[in-house]
Design a protein around this ligand. Structure first.
Ligand code: RB5
Length: 144
């Protein structure tokens, strides 16, 4: 699976941890969309870059991390076909795939720890969408 990951300064440290984890997986091809330091930067720039790449089918999945995850999810969900899900624990990470067919996992670098984040990334990559009644609900999301 090819995955694009990005963060702002608030998510930089956790982004590095998640990227390194995915690089060690044999079946994961990771692209880092930045940011590349803890210098302050504007989260919409990276959110648009990652969400556009997923929206256009260049990557199967994306991961976005800012301080809270809120700004990244607001921006990413403006892109057609993007389902960016802000998750805080294993339950929400799993259900974002099972019920919402999440194609971007969003996390808060100032909210969750590294250990739980890595487990969430693994769930996000490995958990299949359940389909069925959830497929109908996804069809109702797009507004035009
Ligand atoms: C940056 O200070 C912070 O606002 C950003 O990382 C994010 O939490 C925005 O939603």
């Amino acid at each position: 699976m090819n995955v694009i990951i990005g963060s702002d300064h608030g998510g930089f440290e956790l982004k590095e941890t998640c990227r390194e984890f995915m690089e060690a997986l044999s079946d994961c091809d990771v692209t880092d969309a930045g940011t590349f330091s803890e210098d302050s930067m504007d989260y919409p720039l990276v959110a648009h870059k990652v969400a556009k790449a997923v929206s256009e089918g260049e990557f199967a999945r994306g991961i976005l991390i800012c301080g809270t995850g809120i700004g990244m999810s607001v921006v990413a969900n403006r892109h057609p076909g993007v389902r960016a899900c802000l998750c805080h624990n294993l339950f929400t990470a799993k259900l974002s795939r099972v019920h919402n067919d999440a194609n971007i996992l969003v996390m808060g670098g100032r909210v969750i720890g590294k250990g739980i984040a890595i487990e969430m990334v693994e769930l996000f990559l490995r958990t299949p969408f359940e389909g069925g009644r959830h497929e109908r609900r996804l069809d109702q999301i797009e507004t035009d």
